[in-house]
Design a protein around this ligand. Structure first.
Ligand SMILES: N[C@@H](CCC(=O)N[C@@H](CS)C(=O)NCC(=O)O)C(=O)O
Length: 222
């Protein structure tokens, strides 16, 4: 049986994305958590950008970049999460390509340095949410991006929609509720067991601790 080792920082959303795909595939894997501030030499040797996730396969091959890892897992392990239809697959890939923009805007809210920056960040997060709302409106009705079938798009967005929900409970953001389809999509993803590496409440506490320790504007509310 293939041995999968997922090298990670405990709260990394990009690691979570790869872990979700492994869980959706029903594949056993092991986490190897490393210290962000003291990355070991063996890790630096297998991670060209010094980032997690790295997926180490059979202690022989190292894959990096969460999207490449997820695509690889989808090509090699059933069930296929990408749609069979090439046009639909291209549309799905277009939306996973958009993930870094959404992720940066959610992270921008978390790490805003002042109340003014936080308000600006809220407006910036509205733009990708609006685009996702439009995308969902043109598709099969949920609960997932492709309707009933769970996909790599779901696995990609789940960690960041989860962080949005955490932030919303630290300080109400009042943005997501403008987008009912994304709201419903987020609820379906957060209810999906594969989204969760840790018990949700425990993970929310870990996330709050991360925000608190960053000395950002939201720290005072954590
Ligand atoms: N594009 C990368 C992003 C990965 C990423 O940014 N990981 C963060 C942790 S959440 C990291 O390793 N940061 C370390 C650094 O930037 O030095 C992916 O999708 O895998």
């Amino acid at each position: 049986m293939t041995d999968y080792l997922l090298v990670s920082f405990k709260t990394c959303p990009w690691v979570q994305r790869a872990a979700i795909v492994l869980r959706e595939k029903g594949v056993p894997f092991t986490f190897k958590h490393i210290d962000r501030d003291n990355r070991p030499d063996w890790f630096l040797a297998i991670s060209p950008h010094k980032k997690v996730p790295v997926l180490r396969i059979d202690d022989r091959v190292s894959l990096f970049e969460s999207n490449a890892i997820c695509e690889y897992l989808d090509e090699t392990i059933a069930p296929r999460l990408h749609p069979a239809d090439p046009v639909e697959r291209a549309v799905n890939r277009a939306w996973t390509d958009y993930l870094p923009t959404f992720a940066a805007n959610v992270t921008g809210c978390a790490y805003a340095k002042s109340e003014e920056d936080f308000k600006r960040a809220l407006e910036k997060v509205a733009e990708p949410l609006g685009k996702l709302e439009q995308a969902l409106a043109g598709r099969a009705s949920g609960p997932f991006f492709n309707g009933d079938a769970y996909s790599l798009v779901d696995a990609a967005y789940a960690p960041f929609l989860q962080r949005y929900a955490f932030l919303d409970r630290i300080r109400p953001m009042s943005v997501l509720e403008r987008y009912p389809k994304v709201t419903a999509w987020s609820a379906a993803l957060l209810a999906r067991p594969s989204t969760h590496t840790y018990p949700p409440q425990e993970f929310e506490t870990m996330y709050r601790e991360t925000v608190r320790s960053r000395s950002v504007w939201l720290s005072q509310f954590c």
